[in-house]
Ligand binder design. Structure first.
Ligand code: SF4
Ligand code: SF4
Length: 284
């Protein structure tokens, strides 16, 4: 197992040492680069793709923190002044500011924060694109007494990675829409995978929380609440739902100027979710 951990890497975009919004308690949050869907309301579109080394940002970096090495763009973290010019000029929704790290290297960083955190949360992009890497990292964290959460869009089949679920405390799962066509239009993803994941995670008692981002005119929160309720059955009483208001900050493309839902709309959906039986409903 150690040989695998020493050779596997994942593209790490960012590590937040202490976060209070990525699960219970203070947690170290690890964000991986690259996603398997493309949500129209994505707030961090530069995390969607891996760099294709076109070189455009290398020439524009004012600090000389980027250089091309073969078919890769290398980032000098110490020289970077975090101006984000590279992100603004990238035509590929990518970032050159990533580090390819092994589970052991990330664990070393996490371990240095251990006295101040309850656990870790791995997010993205889409972290489930790196299941073997996460399994190794989670095993190291669990061995040290730290909690382990996955933050996922649900579009990777969890049923192919049940060994990962064994070392994960739970999953914070996005349910972006319920209707297949609505889901496709909003994310370019496949709703059927998310629905099957929802049922599987419920069966294994691995749902940490479910999240619906309410995007006026673009998704179907009523149908989503009803669909989740019928999938969860009696388990809905112990399930937490976060209803998140769409905000246009950072959004590019068709939804860049879209309106947020009104307070009345959010309260109406909160009432509907409570009536459907969710144990906890939070508005964000
Ligand atoms: S943020 Fe990007 S462009 Fe700015 S200094 Fe760092 S690497 Fe260079
Ligand atoms: S980050 Fe974007 S602009 Fe920079 S080299 Fe990679 S693909 Fe090109």
């Amino acid at each position: 197992m150690m040989a695998l951990a020493d050779s596997l890497t994942a593209p790490v975009n960012k590590v937040i040492p202490f976060s209070l919004v990525d699960g219970p308690g203070s947690r170290c949050s690890i964000f991986l680069q690259g996603c398997n869907i493309a949500c129209k309301y994505c707030h961090n579109p530069e995390t969607q793709n891996l760099c294709v080394a076109c070189g455009l940002c290398v020439e524009q970096c004012p600090a000389g923190a980027l250089h091309k090495q073969g078919k890769q763009v290398m980032w000098n973290k110490d020289a970077c002044v975090q101006c984000d010019t590279c992100i603004h000029v990238c035509p590929h929704k990518a970032s050159p500011k990533i580090e390819r790290l092994t589970p052991s290297e990330v664990f070393e960083v996490v371990h240095s924060y251990q006295p101040f955190i309850r656990g870790i949360t791995v997010s993205g992009g889409e972290c489930m694109l790196h299941p073997d890497w996460m399994r190794e990292l989670f095993s190291l964290c669990r061995g040290a007494g730290l909690g382990t959460l996955i933050d996922s869009n649900g579009c990777v089949p969890f049923w192919e990675h049940e060994d990962l679920l064994e070392v994960a405390d739970g999953v914070m799962l996005d349910i972006k829409a319920w209707d297949t066509d609505v889901f496709k239009r909003l994310t370019n993803g496949d709703a059927s995978v998310v629905k099957r994941n929802l049922a599987l995670l419920a069966e294994h008692d691995k749902i940490e929380e479910l999240r619906i981002v309410v995007v006026p005119g673009w998704n179907d929160p009523e149908e989503t609440i009803a669909g989740i309720a019928s999938t969860l059955g009696s388990k809905i009483a112990s399930t937490k739902l976060k209803l998140i208001r769409f905000r246009r900050f950072g959004v590019v493309g068709e939804l860049a100027d879209a309106e947020s839902p009104t307070d009345e709309r959010m309260v109406e959906l909160e009432a509907l979710a409570c009536k459907a039986g969710f144990g906890t409903v939070e508005l964000r």
